[in-house]
Structures are given as structure tokens and as C-alpha cells.
Design a binder for this molecule. Structure first.
Ligand code: ZN
Ligand code: ZN
Length: 171
């Protein structure tokens, strides 16, 4: 098995579950691959079983004129080439609502994964700005935010300064 490609903005897609080990035929080059993508892909055609290699080299996005992340839901600030890498060459993630991708230091952040209160409590100080600007109620986060739950958080980390950022939504 070839090593999985690495994705700057989504460093552990196997850990977050959008890339799974399953033998499939990737529709981009009709090659059999032992890993496949199970996250969002926005294209006019219904496309399944894209392999991580065809995400990484951009060929899946070109072949099906698709995006792995809605560009309108990516935070503003990063330069066009960063947006291009994010939406065309990075595995997305699965939120309950339209997935948002956060940015910091003029670049997109790395998506670390799905989180609940337990996971964010130790870094809550770093997330204070996001919690305030989004108007999240701290009591609600404490009570109901759960990884895999119907009130779920999405944790990001700046690739440059290391700061964590956070959004959450409801099913
Ligand atoms: Zn492929
Ligand atoms: Zn930063």
C-alpha cells in the first residue's frame, strides 16, 4: 500500500473518519484503491469513492468540477491559492449544517476534528473569542456539547501561531 498523501488543512482525515480503509474503485482514474473518501463533495454529478490521492493532486475536483468545501462557507482573509488548496485539494468534514472552515494568520486553519465540552474545556481560554463572537452560551456548551452528539463542535488550529479556533452547530 502506498502511503496516504498528507493534507495541510486536514492533517488526520483517517482519524476524523472522512477517509476510511475500504477497497473501492476510484472514479477519477478507475484505479482500485484501499482507502476512500466519505466526506462532502459538491458537484453536479453524484460522485462516490474518490480516493485520497485524487483529492490531493486536484484531479477529482477537476474531473468532476467539484469542491470539497463550500467556498462561501470558508472564512475570508486567506489568499486565493490557499482557498484553491482548501476547496479543491483538501478532504472536507461532515457537520450537521453547512460546514464552515475557519482561518487565522491569513491562512486556513487545520481541521482537527469533532469535539464536545470534554475536549474543549482544557483550551477554553483560547476559544473565548470565537464563543463570544458567535454568541454561544457557555452554560449550553457545558451542558450539551458532545462529540458525535446533536450539538457538536468542530475544532481547528492555526498552522502558524498554533491558536485553536472553534465553531459548533445543531442537527
Ligand atoms: Zn483516485
Ligand atoms: Zn494564527
Amino acid at each position: 500500500m502506498a502511503d496516504l498523501p498528507s493534507f495541510r488543512y486536514h492533517p488526520n482525515p483517517v482519524g476524523t473518519g472522512v477517509i476510511v480503509k475500504r477497497l473501492t474503485q476510484c472514479p477519477v482514474r478507475q484505479k482500485h484503491r484501499d482507502y476512500t473518501y466519505e466526506g462532502p463533495f459538491y458537484s453536479t454529478e453524484e460522485v462516490e469513492d474518490i480516493c485520497p490521492w485524487c483529492i490531493h493532486d486536484g484531479s477529482a475536483a477537476i474531473r468532476f468540477k467539484g469542491e470539497f468545501q463550500d467556498s462561501a462557507s470558508a472564512e475570508e482573509g486567506p489568499p486565493p491559492q490557499a482557498l484553491d488548496e482548501l476547496i479543491h485539494r483538501t478532504p472536507g468534514y461532515c457537520g450537521w449544517q453547512q460546514e464552515r472552515w475557519l482561518a487565522h494568520c491569513n491562512d486556513f486553519c487545520a481541521f482537527l476534528g469533532y469535539v464536545g465540552w470534554k475536549e474543549i474545556e482544557p483550551i477554553i481560554g483560547e476559544l473565548q473569542d470565537d464563543i463570544e463572537s458567535e454568541g454561544y452560551a457557555m452554560e449550553e456548551l457545558k451542558e450539551s456539547l458532545l462529540r458525535g452528539g446533536s450539538h457538536q463542535g468542530y475544532l481547528f488550529r492555526c498552522l502558524h501561531c498554533g491558536r485553536h479556533r472553534f465553531v459548533c452547530d445543531l442537527d
